[in-house]
Design a protein around this ligand. Sequence first.
Ligand code: PEP
Ligand code: MG
Length: 608
Amino acid sequence: MLDNIPIIRGDGVVNGIVMDKAIVYNPGKISIPKIRLVPDRVSDEITRYKKALIDVKTQIELDQKSLIESIRESEADILQSHIMITRDPFFTEEVPQQIAQLRRNAEWIIMDRLNAVLDTFRNIDNIYLKERGRDIEDVSLRVIRRLTNQEGYALVRKLEGILVAKELIPSMIMYIDTDKIRGIVLEMGSETSHATILAKSLGIPVVIHAKGAVEKIESGERLIVDGDSGYVIPNPTKKFISEYKKIQNAYKKHQKTLAQASRLPAVTLDDVKITLNANIEIVPGAGLALHQGAEGVGLFRTELPFIIRNRLISEEEQYSIYKSLLKQFEKRPVTIRTLDIGGDKLLPFQESTPYLEANPFLGLRSIRISLLKPDIFRTQIRALLRASVHGRVKILLPMISSCEEMEKIIGIITEEKSELENLGIPFDKDVQIGAMIEIPSAALSADAIIMLCDFLSIGTNDLVQYTLAVDRTNENVAAYYIPENPAVLKLIHITASAAGKMGKPCAVCGELAGNTLFTPFFVGVGITELSMEPGLIPEVKKVVRNISKKHAARLAMELLAMKNVNRIKNTLKDFYAEVSGDIKARPGSSENTSSHYYSSGSSSPSSS
Ligand code: PEP
Ligand code: MG
């Protein structure tokens, strides 16, 4: 159906379908006056500039306050990094000095410097450094707008429809009113950019990487944006609109069914409980996670608050982030992973470690940095322990590769506990500690590692990478990244069995946890918890409720005996096809459907 229509194909980052008129936002280059100053004007110009800088800082603080009030605290963190930029010597010292030396107006100086900075950042590959460039640009443009009395982004409040732009900067997204802006299409952007993080929190469909959108789409024309497929369809025909309306209605219906499912428990047909948790990176993600039926947090990645602030964060700051997360989840368990920097998450403040390692994924990453720089680790552990009185913290240790490493790390945690105890600072004495199993050596030692801790959590993203020697970020070898490889399945089985034998929980928290094709396998090998992007929880729950543990175990054994990847893939698909229908009710329960499809003891649907 889509072949004859001029579709712009981007990447959907927030699901949903929206149909509305387009508003193309293409402001072009900001124009600035260029004025040479006579010597007497220099001091007035510096005063005018300093006032504008103070005004901008005050405005950012106000914006930040309004974000905090609307419980979007992590987005507020992004603005904290902008406030820091206003305090950068570039703004506080260099600009006034250059006004005096070059005798040029402030806008001219800032614009020249900004262009030089942007040129430098353009050639840098590191996404975090690039993001830093965006932040400097954002603040610089705010100051220039203030100096030239140009209307700021508040004008965005007046816009209505689907916003189409080359890219958005955080301070502009701040002003978006989601009652009026119903979707966003961007030519640029990355999943982890500050602008995308903010856009995601708006809860409207967002498509990024929509090449040529600004040129191809006219303001005022009708537009369909599909945040699932990443399709952007300008000027759709009547027939197409009606087709898409059907898809939209089906989507809404599907969402409703899933929302209903979110209130049902995640138990198999033979009453085995599988805990479904959410992976979240920012505190505001909590609301969405709870809405989708998350029973807790299976993975809170703590890197983002560091990345956003672009520096190491203090114990106090970390404490308040964790506390606010725990409060949102009340008594539900919240698994917080200690810093997993390095690899693809190189942070700009990592100066103290070799910055450019030949093989960063095999280098100083994650727990290795924690052991190399115990102060950073100890600070985080103290913040986590102190926060533990506000809810149910579970501490998760990433990239564990051996028992010795685990022993050393637990030794440090124990010392920090005693220290807090000596100081009379309260913390949850029973705080659980778990190891991430994401390296084959850890999976093969899972029986020994589980003796040292309370739970295991399998990070399949890395487990696949390290088992198959495939860089997870390298597109050239993407075809080699095959989670269905028999070796990966075996390692998952070994890990789950090791925990099961000790009667301890074993979770999966990598992307595979949200892949419904794998749900029966996980249940079958004895995984007790699955943690995923919140939006995937209802679909996974549907599968859990439609299978029996007994049957899933039989499927898992069949899969583990297979040597051929395609056969494994087909068996997973066949099984899924049979269990992915409507949610089945329990016989004799008050739930409202009535099949006993795949109850325990029914025959295996999979052929191996
Ligand atoms: C994983 O490796 O599966 C995981 C959950 O951790 P991350 O993706 O943050 O490395
Ligand atoms: Mg990992």
